[in-house]
Design a protein around this ligand. Structure first.
Ligand SMILES: Cc1cc2nc3c(=O)[nH]c(=O)nc-3n(C[C@H](O)[C@H](O)[C@H](O)COP(=O)(O)O)c2cc1C
Length: 236
């Protein structure tokens, strides 16, 4: 199937709010998710999960949890992007094993990851390590460049969400490249969505994306600020 080049796909993509009922060609959704799954992530920890909803009655229930937004009921599929704040320890060993098998992780990098990742993310019993890190980091910053690290459960969730949004954007651009339409959505009740789809409570759901074929001509593209408003050369 012919696909659009990246700049064309970026320009084609827009938030579409009404979809035809036409199903996607078999296998295409998996192909798009395979592309989304190639998104970058810190330490390659890949904290995302993709929950695909196509069943009409589940779509109807999802629409209700998504504040009755029509696109969820109309589009043939909605992908829920879930972010796991615990992927830093749940995935680390597998990430290292896969990386070593492909020659992408050297012994040196493995040592570095093992030295860096657990101290950076572990919160310890009652969040004590995170609390202490929260006190220590600003002091350390006085003497040496210090990255912002999670110091709480909400910090870990924010970290996982940051990575997962890159997968969501990759998914939308891949869909646009295949002449499909999408709508990213944050207008939903996260607790209800998690309950409906059996997503573990610890996970965050930053976005869901409906995918299919626009019911009407593509809507006009909402304008962006001129680049000069947003582009800062050398300094803010
Ligand atoms: C994280 C995120 C959440 C959004 N949530 C919703 C939503 O709940 N419902 C909706 O209709 N559009 C939603 N949008 C779409 C935006 O309104 C839309 O992207 C924006 O107006 C720019 O238009 P464009 O995507 O067509 O370029 C969301 C977009 C993003 C990135």
């Amino acid at each position: 199937m012919a696909t659009l080049p990246v700049p064309e796909a970026v320009k084609r993509r827009r938030a579409v709010r009404h979809f035809k009922p036409d199903p996607l060609p078999p296998g295409l959704l998996e192909e798009l998710l395979d592309l989304a799954n190639r998104a970058p992530s810190g330490f390659n920890l890949q904290p995302w999960h993709f929950i695909v909803v196509t069943d009409p009655s589940r779509r109807a229930a999802l629409r209700e949890a998504a504040l009755d937004q029509a696109q969820v009921g109309e589009a043939p599929a909605t992908v829920i992007f879930a972010a796991d704040p615990d992927s830093w320890h749940l995935h680390l060993e597998e990430v290292l094993a896969m990386g070593k098998a492909e020659g992408a992780v050297s012994p040196n990098y493995e040592r570095q990851l093992r030295r860096t990742v657990p101290p950076a993310f572990a919160l310890g019993p009652l969040g004590l390590l995170g609390f202490l890190r929260g006190l220590f980091l600003p002091v350390r910053r006085l003497f040496t460049p210090t990255p912002t690290l999670p110091v709480s459960r909400s910090g870990l969730r924010a970290y996982a969400v940051k990575q997962t949004m890159l997968a969501a954007q990759t998914f939308m651009l891949a869909a646009a490249a295949h002449d499909l339409d999408t709508c990213p959505m944050e207008g939903f009740d996260e607790v209800r969505v998690k309950r409906l789809l059996g997503i573990p409570r610890r996970m965050a759901v930053p976005v869901m994306v409906t995918v299919g074929y626009a019911a009407d001509d593509l809507p006009p593209k909402p304008p962006r600020f001129p680049l000069e408003r947003k582009l800062h050369r050398e300094r803010f």
